[in-house]
Design a protein around this ligand. Structure first.
Ligand code: M6R
Length: 612
């Protein structure tokens, strides 16, 4: 979604901000712009489309001292030049960039219109900057105080950066519910919505907290909260290398991230399994051991791919630890007055840690007294902070919009949680915990081998089906959520319609779609339901459907039925999603590439969805 970047200092402000905006492109956006001060005036340049279009508009500008830039993902008003950020205040003394949504903007706008304000865009952001101007004019306050007063009237989520033409020595930033990070340099400072834009300049960062406002100059950072209480800036060191956010030798981030999965899993497991494979160590769980011994129910809340990981978690926790689990779309959970008790654990899963629906659902669960646990990839993200307790996946930055390594690392954390909860009370003594844990430790090798073994075959299969109009994905048991994830992956990056279904459910409806033009991907790797899946496969072939089957190495029977088989390394049923998902990611990847789609930045999508 929207991205913020800013610089203040003696360096080349223009190129720092423009290259920063390019590093934010992965978040998904439709327009971009910058603002700077020249000869006591604020200059704004903005353009719909890619940052490269903005590049050409600012080619001749020399920007010194200070510059703020923005990538916009439209919420209020069309994605055009007018609605792009930055936005001027009506008197042109101020300019703002803004992530998030001002929920009460219409009410505020009405008041401003009555006081003679005119608006040139349809955005909530222009309302906010005019509110700040209004406060400044009426209260005769400086920029910082005016922002404080204006924000106390605002309902919604925001991170903002404001500049004032009368003071080219500072940028004022503020945050509530949407991330804002200050990169602390040597006589220069940076601001951004995530650290990617300034990672090659500094790794020292301050995560602004909700309701905090900071005045950032080249040499100083002053922070106060909305009630004017001073806060001591707390500087943390980022643990991310620049290469983690670059493509390296890969054609796309998505392909890099697919290939990175075995390594990501090793990072997720690091230090979390005892050397005798008997215990899992998760600090967040250890610290709450008494509660967990008596936990009655686990509710998992998430969106998109993270929700699919949650569904896998349901099979894992119920199967391994025998604790009832419910999995809910965060957005639905939020608005149905859910029944939550103080004996329940609510797990919020989110790669970005910024997904607005998940964050709000988590806050609701907390209010109602549940024990709330976060599984996030982005360290210091809003969900991680708001949960207070949880587990980081440590998959490394995921830049491709389509989640890949975040899915497998989330599933890995859920396996660890299930194992932990089992050993806590031996809730299912039929599970051979040590064997399962040993297999988990070795799974990354199997994942690597599988990716290497199947890629060429999947390229050939993709050639055959790249023009299909629809795809069906089927799986049973723990492979059902993997089928859902496979279908989501295909539709989001190739724009082919795809549906995931439990294999047996096919005959209750989707079977009507099957004909010679309809490819079905079926996952047939789990021994406990293999025979049943074979029957489903026969049902498809009996209707001339095309069948691509994901099977274990040396599979005998499915090979006789399916048009194509993709052989993967065999593993324990509970761990199988870590491998079965790999061919589905590669299939969607190659099909999308062959169709000429931008796999890293698919149309209309954003990497972190910070609006409800
Ligand atoms: O950052 P989150 O995990 O909370 O994001 C949730 C979804 O927006 C995300 O998984 C989305 O569905 C991906 N584009 C899927 O590839």
């Amino acid at each position: 979604m929207c991205g913020i970047v800013g610089y203040i200092g003696p360096g080349d402000a223009k190129s720092i901000v423009i290259s920063g905006l390019k590093r934010l492109e992965y978040r998904g956006y439709d327009s971009s712009g910058i603002a700077f001060i020249d000869d006591d005036s604020i200059i704004i340049k903005k353009k719909s489309g890619k940052v490269s279009s903005l590049d050409s508009v600012v080619k001749k500008d020399k920007i010194e001292g200070l510059c703020i830039g923005h990538t916009r993902w439209a919420t209020h008003g069309l994605p055009n030049d007018l609605n792009a950020h930055p936005h001027f205040s009506m008197n042109k003394n101020l300019a703002v960039i803004h992530n998030g949504v001002i929920e009460n903007y219409l009410t505020i706008k009405e008041g401003l219109v009555n006081r003679g304000y005119k608006f040139v865009s349809e955005t909530d952001t222009e309302v906010l900057i005019n509110l700040i101007q209004d406060v400044q004019t009426n209260e005769k306050t400086g920029l910082f105080k005016s922002i404080q007063l204006a924000l106390s009237q605002v309902v919604g989520a925001y991170s903002i950066a404001v500049i004032d033409k009368k003071n080219s020595e500072k940028i004022v930033v503020a945050k509530k519910g949407s991330p804002l990070i200050i990169g602390v340099g040597n006589n220069e400072n940076f601001i951004a919505s995530d650290p990617a834009p300034f990672l090659n300049y500094t790794k020292n960062v301050i995560y602004l907290k909700d309701n905090e406002i900071a005045e950032v100059s080249a040499s100083e950072i002053k922070i106060k909260n909305i009630k004017n209480k001073s806060k001591r800036p707390y500087i943390e060191k980022l643990n991310i290398e620049l290469e983690a956010i670059e493509k390296g030798n890969y054609e796309t981030f998505m392909l890099k991230e697919i290939y990175e999965q075995p390594k990501a899993i090793v990072e997720t497991l690091r230090g979390r399994i005892s050397s005798d494979f008997k215990r899992t160590r998760l600090r967040g769980l250890n610290e709450n051991i008494d509660f967990l011994k008596n936990v009655k129910k686990i509710i998992i809340i998430a969106c998109g791919t993270s929700w699919h990981a949650g569904l896998v978690g349901e099979y894992l926790i119920e199967g391994i630890a025998r604790i009832p689990v419910e999995v809910e779309y965060a957005s639905e959970f939020l608005y149905r007055d859910p029944l939550i008790s103080t004996n329940d654990m609510v797990i919020a899963i989110s790669q970005s840690g910024e997904t607005a629906d998940t964050l709000s659902a988590l806050k609701l669960a907390k209010q109602r007294g549940a024990f709330v646990y976060g599984i996030c990839n982005v360290v210091g993200s809003s969900i991680a902070r708001s949960a207070g307790v949880g587990t980081y996946t440590h998959a490394g930055p995921e830049i491709g919009v389509a989640s890949t390594k975040s899915f497998t690392s989330q599933v890995t954390v859920l396996i660890l949680i299930a194992l932990y909860l089992n050993t806590l009370k031996e809730r299912n003594s039929s599970i051979k915990i040590t064997e399962l844990t040993k297999e988990l430790v070795q799974i990354s090798d199997k994942m690597s081998r599988t990716i290497d073994d199947i890629n060429d075959k999947i390229i050939k299969i993709s050639e055959l089906y790249k023009d299909a109009k629809n795809f069906l994905y089927l799986g049973r048991g723990i492979s059902f959520p993997v089928a859902l994830e496979g279908a989501l992956k295909l539709k989001e990056i190739s724009y082919i319609h795809a549906e995931g279904y439990p294999a047996a459910e096919m005959k209750h409806g989707p079977i009507a779609l099957i004909d010679k033009n309809m490819p079905t991907v079926i996952i047939a790797t789990n021994k406990s339901n293999y025979e049943k899946v074979l029957i489903n496969a026969e049902e498809i072939k009996a209707r001339s459907g095309k069948l691509i089957a994901i099977v274990n190495k040396n599979d005998k029977q499915m090979s006789k039925i399916a048009d194509h088989v993709i052989e993967i390394a065999e593993t324990n049923n509970f761990l199988s999603p870590l491998i079965t998902t790999l061919p589905l990611q590669l299939l969607s990847y190659h099909i999308a590439k062959m169709r000429g789609c931008n796999v890293d930045q698919p149309r209309n999508l954003a990497k972190s969805v910070t609006v409800e």
